[in-house]
Design a protein around this ligand. Structure first.
Ligand code: FRU
Length: 489
């Protein structure tokens, strides 16, 4: 009997594989990506140790999940061009969060069923042990802001082959009764007290402002195919916010964290969740990242219990055969004041080459060129504020001083290239530590682990210098460490 079952399982698996090989929509899409790889590869501005699609357009990270020994990353992908459109789900996996293996496209729009786009969503391990995706399906000829359904997909054992769920659509706007929800999309699953919940983003007033919401649903069966609408979990407190995309909602370090993408800088709120009332009460708020080049993050819980988050890096030039990448994986925490902490996953240090180090030195009115150079660097610098009114690092600096990307602090704000956010050292913070990840046209900066700024930069390929600067006064550099980082692709 056992043998019969295993043969049967094999046969079903072979059938599934066959079906996937014969899925003309995926074949066509894969060929589309392949045809742009040559062009994308030769572009010298493309990041080399940040996650990205093989070629063409990518946006949001979707449904990250740890499954059977691998981290899986899905993402919004246009297989047919380096601009937004034709949304599919690209797929890759990694053993260590550092190097990634590209896999066949996971989700494609089922045109025969009237589907136009597979928008963002989440993944989970279902009650039968198989992985399941829940995502937003946009119908042909439908307006994404006014009409969407939430669909499911299920996979084979290795997450390589996906099929649309036979029970689709899993959630429709009928659940809302008389309440009209606009821009209803981007499901995110969470579990609390043995119950399965889903949050979705949207607004209640056609983006007129003041009614940008996160909506709450609860599963009525373990298969996650029947859902009940629990009401509005959260309304954005700022009247100028017109809509919420890609909500993430999870418990962390004794707090509940809500992350929202409000068509601007991505924010977090920490506070309390009342599952009986279906309400989230925010107590603290802040920015996940101080730059609008960062958007639509998604996260997973890994086997070590870490909450790991990636954001989409956007704002690159068009016409290069690629567009978009993800930030490095960031491990999240909440401090005693309810504020979010983000740290690049320590695994990334595997990419380091030979370490360069300087111990204490002063910079007086001006700048000091550092011996290490490059456009793929990790730099950690600890600065003591002295008399200088503005101080920090410059990367991608030109030999003749004509260009550079400054990363500086002026006592009340933090600047990275052209982005600036409010930031002040706390009385208990004696020094300022910048942790910088420079990768060609992307720089990710962490200041004392509590402020992050991701920037898309535009530098000439020959501008590779690193400097420490102090304006109107002096500063002491306690230490500076730097490493060249290796490509992951
Ligand atoms: C966020 C977003 C999501 C949507 C997806 C479409 O960047 O607009 O709301 O699901 O991108 O690609």
């Amino acid at each position: 009997m056992k043998i019969v079952i295993s043969f049967l399982t094999l046969a079903i698996f072979a059938l599934a594989l066959n079906a996937a090989e014969k899925n003309p929509a995926i074949d066509r899409a894969m060929a589309g990506v392949e045809s742009a790889v040559g062009k994308a590869k030769v572009d010298v501005t493309r990041p080399v140790y940040h996650f990205h699609a093989p070629a063409n357009w990518m946006n949001d990270p979707n449904g990250p999940i740890f499954f059977n020994g691998y981290y899986h990353m899905f993402y919004q992908l246009n297989p047919y061009g380096d601009n937004w459109g034709n949304m599919h789900w690209g797929h890759a996996r990694s053993r260590d969060l550092v190097s990634w293996e590209h896999l066949p496209i996971a989700l494609w729009p089922s045109k025969e069923r009237g589907e136009e786009h597979c928008f963002s969503g989440c993944a989970t391990t279902g009650s039968d042990g198989r992985a399941m995706i829940i995502y937003t399906s946009i119908g042909q000829g439908k307006r994404a802001d006014d009409y969407a359904e939430q669909w499911g997909a299920i996979s084979d054992g290795d997450l390589l082959v996906w099929g649309k769920h036979p029970k689709n659509p899993l959630l429709t706007d009928k659940l809302h009764g008389d309440l009209k929800v606009y821009d209803w999309r981007d499901p995110f699953l969470f579990r609390d007290g043995g119950r399965d919940f889903l949050v979705l983003g949207g607004n209640l007033n056609q983006r007129k402002g003041g009614q940008a919401v996160v909506l709450l649903y609860e599963a009525e069966n373990p298969q996650l195919t029947e859902w009940k609408f629990r009401g509005v979990l959260f309304t954005h407190p700022d009247a100028k916010v017109v809509n919420i995309e890609c909500p993430n909602f999870f418990p962390l370090d004794g707090h509940w964290v809500l992350v929202v993408s409000p068509h601007g800088k991505v924010e977090y709120f920490t506070g309390k969740f009342d599952p009986v009332a279906g309400k989230f009460t925010a107590e603290q708020r802040g920015l996940i990242d101080g730059s609008d080049n960062y958007y639509a993050p998604n996260c997973l819980l890994d086997p070590q219990g870490r909450r790991v988050m990636w954001g989409w890096v956007r704002g690159f030039k068009s016409g290069l055969g690629w567009n978009g990448c993800l930030t490095l994986p960031r491990v999240l925490g909440v401090d005693s004041q309810g504020q979010l902490r983000e740290r690049v996953a320590p695994e990334i240090s595997k990419l380091r080459g030979e370490r360069f180090e300087l111990t204490e030195f002063k910079v007086v009115e001006g700048s000091r060129k550092i011996e290490i150079q490059g456009d793929t660097l990790e730099i950690e610098i600890e600065l003591e504020s002295g008399t200088a009114s503005d101080f920090g690092l410059k990367v991608r600096s030109a030999r003749d001083g004509s260009a550079a990307v400054p990363i500086g602090y002026d006592g009340k704000s933090l600047g990275v290239g052209s982005a600036r956010i409010p930031f002040s050292l706390r009385p208990d913070e004696k020094a300022l530590t910048f942790h910088v990840f420079l990768d060609k046209s992307v720089v990710e900066v962490f200041a004392n682990d509590r402020a992050c700024v991701t920037r898309v930069i535009n530098a000439k390929s020959e501008d590779l210098g690193v400097e420490v600067f102090a304006t109107r006064g002096e500063i002491t550099v306690r230490s500076l460490k730097a490493w060249p980082l290796r490509p992951i692709w």
